[in-house]
Design a binder for this molecule. Structure first.
Ligand code: BES
Ligand code: ZN
Length: 885
């Protein structure tokens, strides 16, 4: 493997390229062991840089160079040098010239799944961020934008379908051979990371979309033959996304065709290649019997996400990889808004905040913390992080909150108007927002440059005499690696004051100005906001709709939190109140080895009653009610404890509270279970999915009582299920039960689904997540199951991913067996797929919050890893996780 070195690259060292490539003609002849690539590049010195005879240095990795010509003249080996992932041509003209390179690469041997590879016989590519250099020599950086014409040639039988970016221009047979070709042209200049090519025996599911201005677009989803009946939901989601982007952001699609290809081996979820999105098949294929409601939601949002990149990423792209949040944060924000508009804004917000807190907060609090725009990295593949994505989306959301929906829309319009066809920076984006709003967003820029989750402490004091309420707000941004001291941030803080009868009080600031939408702007380290004409002591509702990605602490007492659980008119905060109440009990219950009385006492009973009231309230959406019945996860509790965490105590406290709630409101849960039974055929619509969610959440709490009649109910639920949602929910519940029904159900599921890879992944995942003292051994058994393969990323995520992220007691077993298992597997994977290995090793990021024994175990496993020969990817994660240089 020729790979880049381990030296960090710095944002401050950015320099524009010496040369530009404006036109690319590729001719690719597909073959499993030696795909031949002829590239013809129109290159010119960058007029913005005084190049003056500098050598031309192209990126290239794992390529075999056959020949090279410059302006038609063959270059001899003395004219160039191939080494360390680059091709240097010593002398090139100071005017435009044409470089032709003839290389081969080996798709079959490509186990990294970056560049051109084979997935179950289908040729496909993944070029973001640096895969194009594994296909041909190139200036493989996002600020080099070119127009591509691509000719693909392959055996007709092996690859009847040949696709690339843009529009199709020609296709035909190659006379006298069993081969054929297709030619594609993409008129939009794009960076190499958006290049894609597919060749294979695929079935087409066609459809059509007519854009707002009347342009017809041919839509096609390509899947493995036989799976055409699982594409309807993805197609429907695509059409709804296209319409939504027109209506909400005025963005139309711009080519004659839009193609989606589903492949089985894919390192990530999906990729936004211009006009040719390539997807992990688990994010395309859905049928009621094979996919759960959760899968349907994921498919809808990822289809939307990749489609939305057509504008935020493709038409306007990133200048360099430090600006990754410019496309990813913004596009996640856009897909969240789409889901919120399509389903329920509150449920979407709850889901997004759950993900932010469980994935990004730990990252921001640990050794891998970095700003939304990192100032340096060793391996860019390690920076597709929760911070870049999820916090990046929050930063866009804060801009929308500050500017209003309309202001934000205008800002985005201006951004596209100014930068269409360009590769730009975060500053260009924020400048557009500043210019349309007339606001100075300099302080706001700190969200992009300062790492760490701000801690916002709020306390409200009421003055009965003056009838004023004073809200004191202070912000502290904790130190993070490389950033000891922080400056105060601009934090949009949405608040409300609620009167004793549950009414919203009008908000008037001390100077008499009414506070619109309850939006305060915190800019200082400490600040006081005074509200006047408040007749009686109010209950404050703070950080409504989670208006900023901060950790909030308040001086509210349990009674006030209970009040908000019942009365907050902000649906997000009403849910948050229930979570906070539960979290407080659970952290108390898990502290210092565990205090079970805390989670089985009077307050736990009050929580249970409050949950019963909300989950029964038929004026609320079912999906929203279901969210109330889901307790904070073990990782959430550990995060809130923040130090000396004993994962067994956390598990114990949570199980005890679940049992207590199940016992306390058993009647309500039974009623919910019975009243929400499905009738008629399966439909993935939010209301039906919400009913299933309530019912399954109720069942989960009922089974937590341990009562045999409830276990029998779960068994019936499994047996009677008519869709994957109920089937897998029942299986997951039974997987935690120590009774023969558990194995019976698992065996039944296996027998039914052993030949359906995506469904079998669920069978693997459920077992890897089941908490028991023998989980580590169970996982070892799964790893040697005949259907297990380390080479398929979905299966690796199903077993190893589920274990390390979904089974905290087992992963953190005090004897270190869970850590050793991860290290062992990661080392093996690192040998052939470093990106995948490095991602898995991210599971060590929170080792420092553990109690001393587990901490020592984790540390020694990390030290052992650091002493080995690892890929650059894994090396960066391991050494940074260990910290202290
Ligand atoms: N551009 C990414 C895909 C990608 C990620 C390529 C990392 C190379 C390295 C794509 O738009 C993306 O963000 N996909 C996400 C799903 C999305 C809905 C957040 C993914 O693949 O997980
Ligand atoms: Zn993306």
């Amino acid at each position: 493997m020729q790979k880049s070195d381990r030296k960090p690259k710095f944002l401050k060292d950015y320099a524009p390229p010496d040369y530009l490539i404006e036109e690319v003609a590729l001719d690719v002849a597909l073959a499993p062991k030696a795909a031949r690539v002829a590239s013809k590049l129109r290159i010119r010195p960058n007029p913005k840089v005084a190049t003056g005879g500098k050598p031309l240095v192209l990126d290239g990795e794992d390529l075999t160079l056959e020949s090279l010509t410059l302006d038609g003249k063959a270059l001899s080996p003395g004219d160039y040098e191939v080494k360390d992932g680059s091709l240097t041509i010593k002398r090139v003209p100071a005017r435009p010239f044409t470089l032709e390179a003839f290389t081969t690469c080996d798709p079959e041997a490509n186990t990294e799944l970056s560049g051109l590879y084979l997935s179950r016989g289908t040729y496909c590519t993944q070029c973001e961020p640096e895969g194009f250099r594994r296909i041909t020599y190139f200036l493989d950086r996002p600020d080099v934008l070119a127009v591509y014409t691509v000719r693909i040639e392959a055996e007709r039988d092996a690859a009847p379908v040949l696709l690339s970016n843009g529009n199709p221009v020609a296709r035909g047979d190659i006379p006298g051979t069993n081969r054929h070709f297709a030619t594609w042209h993409d008129p939009f200049p794009k960076p190499s990371y958006l290049f894609a090519l597919v060749g294979g025996n695929l079935a087409a599911v066609p459809d059509e979309f007519v854009t707002a201005s009347g342009r017809k677009v041919a839509l096609t989803i390509y899947v493995e033959p036989g799976k055409q009946d699982r594409c309807a939901w993805a197609m429907e989601s695509l059409k709804r996304s296209m319409r939504w982007d027109e209506e909400r952001f005025g963005r139309e699609y711009d080519l004659d065709v839009f193609n989606i290809v589903a492949v089985s081996d894919f390192n990530m979820g999906a990729m936004e290649n211009k006009g040719l999105n390539i997807f992990n098949d688990k994010l395309v294929l859905a049928r009621p019997d094979t996919a759960s409601d959760g899968d349907y939601v994921s498919i809808e949002s990822v289809i939307a996400h990749e489609y939305f990149h057509n504008w935020t990423g493709d038409r306007v792209t990133c200048r360099d990889w430090f600006q990754l949040c410019l496309k990813e944060g913004l596009t996640v924000f856009r897909d969240q808004e789409f889901t919120g508009d399509t389903r329920s804004g509150a449920v979407e917000r709850i889901g997004a905040v759950r993900i932010l807190k469980s994935n990004q907060f730990p990252e921001d609090a640990g050794p891998l913390a970095h700003p939304v725009r990192p100032p340096s990295f060793i391996e860019i593949n390690n920076f597709y992080t929760a911070t870049v994505y999820e916090k990046g989306a929050e930063v866009c959301r804060m801009l929308q909150t500050l500017l209003g929906r309309e202001g934000f829309r205008k800002g985005l319009d201006l951004y596209f108007e100014r930068h269409d066809g360009e590769a730009v920076t975060v500053e260009d984006f924020v400048d557009a927002m500043a210019d349309v709003s007339g606001r100075d967003l300099k302080q706001f820029m700190r969200w992009y440059t300062q790492a760490g989750t701000p801690e916002l402490a709020c306390s409200l004091d009421y003055d009965a005499h003056a009838k004023t309420a004073r809200l004191t707000v202070s912000q502290i941004i904790p130190p993070t690696p490389g950033q000891a001291k922080k400056e105060p941030m601009l934090i949009p803080l949405k608040v409300g004051l609620i009167g004793a009868n549950g009414d919203e009080l009008p908000l008037t600031l001390a100077d008499g100005t009414p506070l619109v939408d309850g939006l305060l702007e915190v800019t200082e380290r400490e600040q006081v906001f005074e509200f006047r004409d408040i007749p009686a002591p109010p209950t404050p509702s703070l950080l409504r709709n989670f208006s900023a990605p901060v950790r909030l602490s308040t001086n509210l007492d349990p009674g006030q939190i209970e009040f908000l659980m019942a009365h907050d008119s902000d649906p997000f905060n009403r849910w948050q109140a229930a979570q906070t109440y539960a979290t407080n009990l659970l952290t108390d219950g898990a502290r210092d080895g565990g205090n079970i009385e805390r989670v089985t006492g009077k307050e736990a009973a009050r929580l249970a009653q409050a949950l019963a009231v909300t989950s029964r309230d038929s004026s609320l959406l079912t999906a929203y009610r279901a969210e109330f019945l889901k307790l904070p996860g073990e990782a959430d509790i550990a995060r809130e404890l923040s130090r000396n965490v004993d994962t067994d105590a956390v598990h114990g406290a949570r199980e005890a509270l679940r049992k207590k709630i199940g016992e306390e409101i058993r009647e309500t849960l039974t009623e919910l279970y019975e009243a929400n039974a499905d009738s008629g055929p399966y439909s993935p619509d939010p209301e039906s999915a919400g009913r299933r969610a309530v019912r399954n959440a109720a069942l989960d709490l009922l089974v937590a009582t341990g009562d045999t009649s409830e276990i029998a109910r779960a068994e019936r639920h499994y047996r009677d299920a008519t869709n994957m949602t109920d089937s897998i929910a029942a299986l997951a519940i039974l997987s935690h039960v120590q009774a023969p029904v558990r194995d019976k159900a698992l065996d039944h599921f296996y027998a039914r689904w052993q030949d359906e890879p995506l469904v079998l992944d669920k069978w693997f995942a459920v077992q890897a997540r089941a908490a028991s003292s023998s989980s580590v051994e169970t996982v070892r058994t799964l790893l040697s199951h005949p259907k297990f393969s380390l080479k398929n990323p979905n299966r690796v995520r199903a077993v190893i991913g589920s274990f390390i992220h979904g089974n905290p007691t087992a992963f953190n077993r005090p004897d270190g067996a869970g850590y050793r298992l991860l290290a062992e597997q990661a080392i093996e994977i690192d040998g052939f797929n470093p990106h995948m290995a490095a991602r898995l090793l991210g599971a060590f990021e929170s080792w420092r919050i553990l109690e001393p024994i587990r901490q020592a175990r984790a540390k020694s496993v990390l030290q052992d890893l650091a002493a080995r020969t690892l890929s650059t990817d894994s090396y960066e994660i391991v050494t940074k996780t260990l910290g202290e240089g």
